[in-house]
Structure formats: C-alpha cells, structure tokens
Ligand binder design. Structure first.
Ligand code: 5GP
Ligand code: ZN
Length: 140
C-alpha cells in the first residue's frame, strides 16, 4: 500500500508539502516541482506501485480517465495549445521517482521546452522491422 522510503507516498500522506490541484479516494494530482511548462502536473495513485508493470488494470483505467478530464480542465484554464501525457518506466526510460505517475504537460506555441520529446529516429531494415513485427504479434 505504502512504501516508507517513497517521496510520493510521503506527499500523498501530507508529510511533504505539495501544490495539490485535485484529490479523490484513489489519486492526488500535484504540480511538478520542476515544471517543463506552466501547469505541468503529476497524477499520483494513492496506492504505491512502482510502474506500469505493477499498477492494476483497474487503477490504470481510472488514471487515464482522470487524465482526460484534467487535460480538458487544464487546457480551458491555461489556454494551452496542446498537451502531452507522459509516463516513464525504469531508469533507462527516464523514471526518477519509482512510484507510478503520469505527467500532464501543457504545451504552448513558442514555449522554451519545445524539444521536450524530440527524438531522432533509428534505422531498421525492412527485414528487421518484419522480424520485430512477427515477434511482437499478440492475440486480442
Ligand atoms: P519521472 O522522471 O520519474 O517521470 O518524474 C518525476 C517527476 O517528479 C519529476 O518531473 C520531478 O520534477 C518531480 N518531483 C520529484 N520530487 C518531487 C517533489 O518532492 N515534489 C513535486 N511536486 N514533484 C517532484
Ligand atoms: Zn510510493
């Protein structure tokens, strides 16, 4: 339920202060302490789970529904021009706090961090892509 060494569990318990914009029985939504843009917020499930692999389908579904509501709400109030949902899993993927969270990042035309998600594409041959595709096929 709670990890004693987890900073987000401490924020959820109110032991570390945060700027909370929304709270219900399952989630607390706070402003990111190091925002990439005006209004950058984090959806934190109250139950401690480290990442996408650990969170239950039920709680994840609720988080995504909440993200949709907040995206609409924040876009209206911040008058932003676009919106990123971002969710990192594992150090190599950029995760620094190992309590599942979804970033809500309002985007503005002309904003400082315009290259926030700019990656250069990797080259794979057609046969490599075919092989990857075959390997990843999953039944519905
Ligand atoms: P990650 O890199 O794990 O996807 O994102 C972690 C985020 O949590 C970072 O954007 C970081 O700024 C934010 N963060 C880390 N510690 C705190 C804190 O104590 N309070 C708040 N509000 N945000 C935090
Ligand atoms: Zn935690």
């Amino acid at each position: 339920m709670r990890d004693e060494n987890c900073i987000f569990c401490k924020i959820i318990a109110g032991e570390i202060p945060s700027r909370t914009i929304y709270e219900d029985e399952d989630f607390k939504v706070i402003l990111d302490a190091n925002p990439a843009s005006k209004g950058h917020a984090l959806i934190l499930p109250k139950e401690h789970c480290a990442n996408i692999y650990e969170i239950s389908e039920e709680l994840l579904s609720k988080a995504v529904k909440l993200a949709k509501k907040l995206a609409a709400h924040m876009t209206k109030l911040l008058n932003c021009d676009g919106f990123n949902l971002l969710q990192n899993n594992g150090e190599v993927a950029g995760q620094t706090v190992f309590h599942f969270h979804m970033h809500l990042i309002p985007r503005y035309v002309g904003m400082k961090n315009k290259d926030l998600l700019n990656w250069t594409h990797e080259e794979f041959t057609d046969s490599e892509q075919d092989e990857i595709c075959e390997k990843l096929k999953m039944n519905s």
